[in-house]
Design a protein. Structure first.
Ligand SMILES: [Fe+2]
Length: 237
C-alpha cells in the first residue's frame, strides 16, 4: 500500500468508525471476503424530531446493516462463473450490496451530524473556511445545500470533498445509490427520504431541513473536514 492509499484508508476507516458502524479489521474494504458491520448506537437529543420517528429510523438502520451482512455472506459463496449483465445472482447481489452499504453508512453519518442542541459554527473553524472558499460564502453553501435537500427524491443531500476536483461539492443522491458522484468524502449528510420527516413535518421537507441544519453537529463535521484536509494534502503532493 503506497502513502496515498494508506492515508485515504486511515481517514476512511476513522470516519466509518465515527459514523457508528464498526468494522471487522481489514475486512470491510474487501470485496472478496465476507465482512460484518454493526449498527452504531446514537443518542439523538433533538426535540425537533418525535421519539417515534427517531426509534423507527434507528430500526431502519439496523435493518440495512443486517441486509448488508447477509449480502456479504452470500457474495462469499456465490457462483461467479455464471455472472452476466442480463440476469445473474452475482450481479443482483453486487447491486444490492451497494444499495445497503450506502444506506448503512449514510445513516450513520447522518445520525452523527444532526441533533446537536448547542450547535454553533465560528468563522475560524476549518469547516467554515473550506466551505466559504469553495462555495464563495457560507451563505452560498447553505443555499445550495438546501436546494440539494429539496431536489433529492427519496434520497440524500451530501456536502463532500471531491478528490477529483480537489474541492468541496454539494451533491444529490436518489435512493441510496443512484447518481453517486465518484471520489467523494462526505462531511455533511442529510437524510431526505420521506421516512425521516413525514410523521413530524408531513410534506413540508423544507421546514424539516431547516430544523436539522439548525442543529448540525459542527464539531463532528470539523473532524471530517480535517481528515479531508489530510487527503487533499496527499493529492497535492
Ligand atoms: Fe433514513
Amino acid at each position: 500500500m503506497n502513502d496515498i492509499e494508506k492515508i485515504i484508508s486511515e481517514a476512511v476507516s476513522e470516519t466509518l468508525k465515527e459514523s457508528g458502524i464498526s468494522e471487522t479489521p481489514n475486512k470491510v474494504m474487501s470485496i472478496n471476503e465476507a465482512y460484518v458491520a454493526e449498527a452504531g448506537q446514537f443518542e439523538l437529543n433533538t426535540e425537533l424530531l418525535s421519539s417515534k420517528t427517531k426509534k423507527a429510523h434507528k430500526e431502519l438502520l439496523d435493518g440495512y446493516v443486517k441486509k448488508l451482512n447477509n449480502i456479504s455472506a452470500n457474495l462469499d459463496s456465490v457462483d461467479k462463473t455464471s455472472a452476466n449483465l442480463n440476469n445473474s445472482v452475482f450481479r443482483s447481489l453486487k447491486i444490492d450490496e451497494t444499495y445497503n452499504h450506502n444506506a448503512a453508512f449514510l445513516h450513520g453519518l447522518y445520525f452523527e451530524n444532526i441533533s446537536d442542541v448547542n450547535s454553533t459554527i465560528s468563522m475560524d473553524t476549518i469547516s467554515y473556511m473550506r466551505i466559504a472558499r469553495d462555495f464563495g460564502s457560507f451563505d452560498a453553501w447553505q443555499e445550495d445545500f438546501v436546494a440539494c435537500c429539496l431536489s433529492a427524491r427519496n434520497g440524500w443531500a451530501v456536502t463532500a470533498y471531491n478528490m477529483h476536483l480537489q474541492r468541496y461539492v454539494n451533491t444529490v443522491i436518489d435512493l441510496h445509490s443512484q447518481n453517486v458522484m465518484t471520489g467523494i468524502f462526505p462531511v455533511i449528510v442529510m437524510d431526505c427520504w420521506e421516512h425521516s420527516y413525514y410523521r413530524d413535518y408531513l410534506k413540508d421537507r423544507k421546514t424539516y431541513v431547516f430544523a436539522m441544519m439548525k442543529e448540525l453537529n459542527w464539531s463532528v463535521i470539523e473532524k471530517r473536514v480535517k481528515k479531508a484536509d489530510m487527503i487533499a494534502k496527499v493529492l497535492r503532493s
